[in-house]
Design a protein around this ligand. Structure first.
Ligand SMILES: [Zn+2]
Length: 68
């Protein structure tokens, strides 16, 4: 089932994991602006602005994904 993605909403990664790992669900590009606020890793797509939040514990796996 297709899910409409609201670019203004911050999606929780636990609820909305990437369809394709490391790529934006909305535009399928891999250009992200990343920040950490209050222990939550925030990944915002540079193309469409769709944001995904990740808990800080999973930051290591996020970084690994960004590197490889
Ligand atoms: Zn996007």
């Amino acid at each position: 089932m297709e899910q409409e993605i609201d670019p203004d909403k911050v999606y929780d990664y636990a609820e909305f994991p990437d369809k394709v790992s490391g790529r934006c669900d909305n535009c399928n590009l891999a250009y992200f602006k990343s920040s950490v606020t209050g222990g939550v890793f925030l990944r915002e797509c540079r193309e469409c602005g769709s944001a995904t939040s990740k808990q800080f514990e999973s930051l290591v796996s996020v970084l690994l994904r960004l590197i490889y």
